[in-house]
Design a protein around this ligand. Sequence first.
Ligand code: ZN
Length: 418
Amino acid sequence: MALPHSTTARPPLPGPALLPPLRLSAPPQSGRIDPALLLSTVARLVASDTAVSKADLVAATGLARTTVSTAVDGLLAGGLLRLDGLRPTAGRGRPAERLALAAEGGQVLLADVGARGAHLAVTDLAQRVLAHTHVDLDVIDGPDTVLRTVETELTRLRAGSAVPARAVVIGLPGPVDNHLGIPVRPPIMPGWHAYPVTARLQQTFGCPAVLENDVNLRALGEARALPADQVPLLFVKVGTGIGGGLVTGGGSLHHGADGAAGDIGHVRVRGAPDDACVCGNVGCIEAVASAGAIARRLGGRGDVPSIADLRAMLGRGDAGAIAAVREAAGLIGELVATLVHLYNPARVTLGGSLTAASDELLAGVRSVVYQRALPLATRNLVLTNSVLGEYAGVAGATVLGIERVLSAESIGLLLPAP
Ligand SMILES: [Zn+2]
């Protein structure tokens, strides 16, 4: 083999026999289409507005017209799709029948549980919120008490509806294993480790259940409410604690190997004081720069203000509160600058209780990120507050729930194979 000329002596390249067998990547969909996968593919193409007539579906899938027709008829008969008027076709030919997801095809039950309260909602497949409530609760009370509240409220919100529940989605403020549907050693949730959250909800509501981390839900909700060029998206929530969530360039959540991806609260950054953290380490970003940490600093040896008090202080321009938030923003900015280099997101979104009360946090984080991160990573970066605010989690849960209903796994249970 001819090698490029080099002036320095190098060891010879290893021969082909010395390379281990290397795995080549496969395309996301195999050519084999089983009946459930076919129904799911057709339903998702319609739901995402990618292909909304039989002709479009034939073009999008490359499948035979009869195959597509049978799948569409199955989805119409099963009540997941409906006819939505006529769609003009280009050139000659009759207008095509337009397909849409049937709102009445099922309900999705949502619970976005924070440390001290939960948003509970029922939506239909057309993403309409049919009922919503917020309840105060405390995750410290343990899984049985909290989930009983969630079950009671969701049942109440659904009362009187004949439309079946097709999926239930719950977000919790701690690390979760979303395959097993259990929390994994959540620091602020004693008694929750390994509790079978999805198994319980599945049993209660008789439909598939999905467990996700609360910040991941917000990240997904935010990403799916924005134009498609706003991913990868990094969501950083600054509240009682600090958490992160990452949506990939493909628009889905990045969980990491064990579901711990984005769990950024226990990272330490340059210049952080040695404050003790709930996790047992010192100087974690959550222990020095969260809303809780800022409140503790302002309280000094006296009474620690609540986060609501802190927001009120920021609202009336309290100089001490503003200075403390600026200091925290500097530390969070250091962390975000590092993450920007690692992920090169199109957008970084800040969320949580403080962002709504003041722009100091955003301004402080921006100034550090643009100063610290190299130009290539920040050239097109959008760094801004959440557009959905406290409803980002509900939006993310709606996406996960509807996509779960349309998954091959769920649709296979729902409909007779064509
Ligand atoms: Zn920690």
